[in-house]
Design a protein around this ligand. Structure first.
Ligand SMILES: Cc1ncc(COP(=O)(O)O)c(C=O)c1O
Length: 408
């Protein structure tokens, strides 16, 4: 039986699928439909499914009950009408761009994005789609690059790794005032998570998630999702069926289960993120600069306060380090401590996990970008990206302090 009362988000995530549970087996947990195909009762039924007039699953690459379970949960948290999950965040990004853009179209993208997204946007040149990178923190910068060929604005906010905040609400309004309500505003919402930011509620057209990060939260699955209106999703689904980026049903089920704890995890990420940024890093004499949207000195703190209800666990900071040697010593010390059981901070890419992760983007996630391009994105050689986990904050601070002692 589907829920009739409008229960809270968490209750919906836990109980919203009662109607889909295996009614024949009376299974308490939602079953995993680990099947590649679904049988048709008749040839006619198969024809109806492929014509779209009967809503049954036909083939797991296209849809499955486990995908729907996760997609319904994402719609609840992102306030969307329709969602589509994929095997990774990058597939969600690729399908968004390839399904909604055509030869001759232009994208205006924010200057700082995840390295893989930048690479793919540039590759679109091969298909006759051009990308212009601008500093979208200032919405009027977009207007200067607007041409009749512009079809999409692509943002990531907060951005990876320099924590830029872009005001998608104002950007949509500015585009409309310029007579361009046809331009789609796409927001990669991975850094904020849908617990802290709901772009679709504030005028964005599409929200994208790397489910690998906060939504799954335990670092044991990769996945991606597009969440949008039913109308925009119609165009995307056409393309998705042949993209091949299918999430395994077992993975969809694991992520849907882990997502139930997202609101509780995010509360702790928000507390630890703020505590480490404001209470610890800001007061550390070795730290030159701290980037965190919840700090009053963040250049777009006022925008972040309007768009976000919490600021998450993603912090970046720079050590006072002219040749990069302190940054390496600091990170190697944390890695050594973690291996020796003396510290709890893991040197690794990825983010949004229950455990604290740290990396240097110039030496990892953004390594393949030419140095000038990295610097233009605001990524200095000694920028450190920090993903505060949900451990005890004192334990995180203790582990960081051991790293700082090593470079004093
Ligand atoms: C902001 C952001 N978007 C998208 C991605 C890509 O996600 P995935 O690794 O799940 O493909 C990443 C990966 O780090 C990311 O940080």
């Amino acid at each position: 039986m589907a829920l009739k009362h409008r229960f809270s988000n968490v209750s919906q995530l836990i109980h919203g699928h009662q109607g889909n549970r295996g009614s024949e087996s009376r299974s308490h947990a939602f079953p995993i439909y680990q099947t590649s195909t679904f049988r048709f009762d008749t040839v006619e039924q198969g024809m109806e499914i492929f014509a779209g007039t009967a809503k049954y699953d036909a083939y797991s690459r296209i849809s499955s009950p486990n995908h729907r379970f996760l997609e319904d949960s994402l719609c609840v948290l992102e306030d969307g009408e329709a969602a589509q999950v994929f095997d990774s965040g990058m597939t969600a990004i690729k399908v968004t761009l390839l399904s909604l853009l055509e030869l001759g179209d232009e994208v205006i993208a924010h200057r700082n994005l995840y390295g893989g997204t930048v690479r793919f946007l540039k590759e679109l040149h091969k298909f006759g789609i051009e990308t212009k990178f601008v500093d979208a923190r200032q919405p009027t910068n977009l207007l200067e690059e607007l041409t009749p060929a512009t079809k999409m604005v692509f943002l990531e906010t907060p951005s990876n790794p320099v924590i830029d905040i872009c005001d998608f609400e104002i950007i949509k309004t500015v585009l409309e005032q310029a007579g361009r309500d046809d331009i789609l505003v796409v927001v990669d919402n991975t850094f904020a998570s849908p617990y802290n930011q709901k772009p679709l509620r504030k005028r964005a057209d599409i929200s994208i998630q790397s489910l690998t990060k906060y939504i799954n939260g335990f670092g044991n699955a990769t996945g991606g999702a597009i969440i949008t209106s039913s109308k925009i999703m119609e165009n995307i689904r056409e393309r998705y069926n042949s993209s091949g980026g299918m999430m395994e049903p077992e993975v969809a089920q694991r992520i849907a289960m882990n997502m139930i704890t997202l609101p509780d995890r995010m509360e702790k990420h928000n507390r630890n993120g703020h505590g480490i940024a404001a209470g610890f890093l800001k007061n550390c004499p070795l730290v030159q600069k701290v980037y965190y949207p919840g700090l009053s000195e963040h250049p777009n703190n006022d925008v972040a306060r309007r768009l976000m209800t919490g600021f998450g666990g993603m912090i970046s900071f720079e050590l006072d380090d002219s040749d990069g040697s302190k940054t390496k010593t600091f990170l190697n010390k944390l890695a050594q401590d973690q291996r020796d059981g003396e510290g709890i901070i893991t040197l690794a890419v990825s983010l949004g996990c229950v455990d604290t992760l740290i990396c240097c983007p110039a030496l990892s996630t953004h390594y393949s970008l030419p140095r000038e391009e990295r610097l233009a994105q605001g990524i200095s050689d000694n920028l450190i990206r920090f993903s505060a986990g949900i451990e005890n904050m004192d334990d995180i601070a203790y582990s960081l302090e051991r790293g700082f002692q090593a470079v004093k």
